[in-house]
Structures are given as structure tokens and as C-alpha cells.
Design a binder for this molecule. Structure first.
Ligand SMILES: *Cc1c(COP(=O)(O)O)cnc(C)c1O
Length: 391
């Protein structure tokens, strides 16, 4: 543990994640207690009137929430963080905190689909002008800026189509026009991409994925720079957000090992993505960490690593052939979410309006878990045999 005099910022990321938020624990016990709290008592009428004690009411924060929030702010190199009950609520709470009727928001066409649904079903009804943009537009974002543009939202890479965004160029255009840059940083786990060093103002996570890391907790996180923090914190509290203490504890527990887990996810994903690239059934591998893949150059410039999530475009397949491939997989489960210890494979169809999806083949998204990659490749090879037989 870093003693209290050590400045965490002087330490390397892996060390920071082990050393952060340790001062919330007591009695020499390494991990903080899980406080189940609604009522918090004030010792005197004077203390009640002053409202100055560290903990005031369950929803306003406990040592458990402060510990996980401190650790996430450390992970992201941000000013401060809050956690929410899901990644989607981290998105909606952020947007509701900053937007008002008449504002304009720019959204990448590659956004996580339920985030898109929130923009279409709610923000539009409340008088916010929602405009989707080509996620690859970079500095050309300037042409889309209006006097009313409040937020340029980014998600990089997009969690299905894997487009890597030029966040520094987008941030430059957005800031010149007075807009904030909000980035969904879930893919990098927060560990391999620093939103604030690349011009972002707010970083959002589905902590459900790599931060929790075990497919057993729903959790969101929002980290702000100093400038955006007061407004976000006010919105978060006004909307009544908080999360359950056991889930917060599991989030902190997961975060402690994200460095070593991501290292293995990346190593296996590179191995399997490279193998898939050589398969005759595969048209294209969409994994920014792979040399020659779309977005590789920007990924190399801006990221310090890659997670285990990537997509593949197969040569066009019949539904029956696809079913034969998917249904017989033994080690890859078919389901949404990702970032846990287990491998997943799920088909998807991009829903686009600003930059049409022109690839013809069947799209599959893979999450490479912590299994041995040789076993995973054998499972996929058997799947390709079934696919061929059913074609
Ligand atoms: C899963 C996901 C979310 C939503 O997180 P939940 O915890 O499932 O609500 C948001 N953004 C991205 C990129 C995701 O993959």
C-alpha cells in the first residue's frame, strides 16, 4: 500500500490501482467494509443544522461508495467519479445533467444501441435536437457544430462495429464551438485509454463489463474533469442516483485486478483475431489492435492496450449455416454484455443512419475470455466445419 505521503500520480497505473482508496478501510483490514446505509445519525441538533459531517444520508455517500468512486477516478486519471446502477444509467444521468430543451447533441452512428434509444425516445421528446454523425469524421466535426451544440458524444471503438474515433481532433472542434466532449470508454476498461489526456471532459463506463470483470454485477461510472464535476454531481444527486453497496464492493474488488485480466484478454484476443483473419470463412476482422485492421493507426497512437472484444465479418452465410456454427459452440456462450472471464460470440446487424454499413457479410462479435486460446480456437474450428456442412 502506498503510504499516505506518496502521490498516487507519481506511480505507474498498475500500482495506482492497488494503492488507491485504501484509506477507507479500518483496523488494518485490507478491503473497506460494506456499509448498508439509509439513515445516518447526527450527534447533536447543531450538527444537524450545519450539515457538515462527512456522511449525511445513505444516498449522499458512504465509505463504501467513496472507496469505489475514488478508485474509479484513479483508474481514469479524472477529477472525481460517481457510480450509477448500470452503464446505461451512467449515460442517461450524464446527458440529463447537461442538456436542456433547445440544445443540440451530436451522437456517433456507432453508439451503443440502448443509448441511441434513449436519445430517440426521450431526448427528442424533451426538445433536444439529436443528430447522428459519422464516427470517423474527426476534425470535420466542426462543420456540424451549431450555436446550440452542448455535447459531442463519442464511443471509441464502437462496441459492435469497432470504429476508432479520433477523439483529440473531435475534441478540438467541439471545444472551439463551446461544446463538451463525453466519451463512452467502456471498451478500454478505462485502463488502456485516458479520456482526459485526449481532450474529453467526461468519461462514461459500463463498469458492468471489465471493471467488474465477472459477469455478475450491473454498474455504471461517470468520471469528470474539474470543470464539469459540479454540474454533473448536482444532476446525479437531483436525479436520485446511487447503487447498491454489495455491488459497489464487487466493483472495487474487480477493479483491483483489471491490469492483469486485461493483459490476458488482449494477448488471447490478438492470437485468436489473427487466426480468424487467416480463415477462408472470414472476410474481415474488426479489431483495432490487429495491424492492418480498420482504426489500427489511431488505436496505436492513442491507446496503451486493447481489450478482448472484437468483431468479424464472415462471408455471407445462410441463417441455417449460422445456427449450425453458433448452436454447437461449447466454450463460447451466446449472450449480451462482455468483459467477464468467459468467452462469448453473438451475431449483430448494425443500425445506421449517418454512415451506412456497406459490408455485406454476416457480423459476429467475439469476447475472448480467460480460457486457453488453443481450446477456444479448437471450438471455433469445429464451428466452421459445421458451418461448411450446413452451407
Ligand atoms: C454494455 C454497455 C453499456 C451499458 O451498460 P449496462 O451496464 O449494460 O447498462 C454502455 N456502453 C457500452 C459501450 C456498453 O457495451
Amino acid at each position: 500500500m502506498a503510504k499516505s505521503k506518496t502521490d498516487l500520480k507519481s506511480l505507474k497505473p498498475a500500482t495506482r490501482l492497488v494503492s488507491t482508496a485504501r484509506d477507507y478501510s479500518e483496523h488494518g483490514i485490507v478491503s473497506p467494509a460494506v456499509y448498508h446505509a439509509s439513515t445516518i445519525l447526527y450527534p447533536t441538533y447543531q450538527a444537524l443544522k450545519e450539515q457538515k459531517q462527512t456522511y449525511q444520508y445513505g444516498r449522499r455517500g458512504t465509505p463504501t461508495s467513496r472507496s469505489v468512486e475514488t478508485a474509479i477516478a484513479t483508474l481514469e486519471n479524472g477529477f472525481a467519479s460517481k457510480v450509477t446502477p448500470s452503464g446505461l444509467s451512467a449515460i442517461t444521468t450524464t446527458l440529463l445533467s447537461f442538456l436542456k430543451p433547445g440544445d443540440h447533441i451530436l451522437i456517433p452512428d456507432s453508439i451503443y444501441a440502448p443509448g441511441r434509444a434513449f436519445c430517440d425516445k426521450m431526448l427528442k421528446n424533451w426538445g433536444v435536437a439529436v443528430e447522428y454523425y459519422d464516427p470517423l469524421l474527426g476534425g470535420a466535426v466542426s462543420a456540424f457544430m451549431r450555436a446550440t451544440t452542448r455535447i459531442v458524444y463519442c464511443e471509441s471503438p464502437g462496441s459492435q462495429t469497432m470504429e476508432v474515433q479520433d477523439i483529440p481532433a473531435i475534441a478540438q472542434g467541439a471545444h472551439k464551438a463551446g461544446a463538451l466532449v463525453v466519451v463512452d470508454n467502456t471498451w478500454s476498461g478505462g485502463h488502456y485509454f485516458n479520456v482526459f489526456a485526449h481532450g474529453g471532459d467526461i468519461s462514461i463506463h459500463a463498469a458492468t463489463k471489465y471493471i467488474v470483470g465477472h459477469s455478475d454485477v450491473m454498474m455504471g461510472a461517470v468520471t469528470c474533469n474539474e470543470e464539469t464535476w459540479p454540474r454533473f454531481k448536482d444532476g446525479y444527486e437531483t436525479l436520485g442516483q446511487f447503487a447498491g453497496p454489495d455491488d459497489m464492493y464487487l466493483t472495487l474488488r474487480g477493479l483491483r485486478t483489471i491490469d492483469i485480466r486485461l493483459e490476458r484478454h488482449m494477448k488471447s484476443a490478438v492470437n485468436i483475431a489473427d487466426w480468424l483473419k487467416g480463415r477462408p470463412e472470414v472476410d474481415e476482422v474488426l479489431y483495432p489492435a490487429l495491424p492492418g485492421a480498420p482504426g489500427h493507426e489511431i488505436w496505436k497512437r492513442d491507446f496503451t492496450g486493447a481489450s478482448g472484444l472484437f468483431s468479424v465479418v464472415l462471408k455471407p452465410q445462410s441463417d441455417a449455416a449460422l445456427a449450425a456454427f453458433l448452436d454447437g459452440l461449447e466454450l463460447f456462450g451466446m449472450g449480451y454484455s462482455w468483459g467477464g472471464f468467459e468467452s462469448l460470440c453473438v451475431p449483430f446487424k448494425p443500425n445506421r443512419t449517418a454512415r451506412p454499413w456497406t459490408r455485406q457479410g454476416t457480423c459476429l462479435r467475439f469476447h475472448i475470455g480467460l480460457e486457453d486460446p488453443d481450446d477456444l480456437k479448437a471450438d471455433l474450428a469445429a464451428g466452421f466445419e459445421r458451418l461448411k456442412a450446413a452451407s
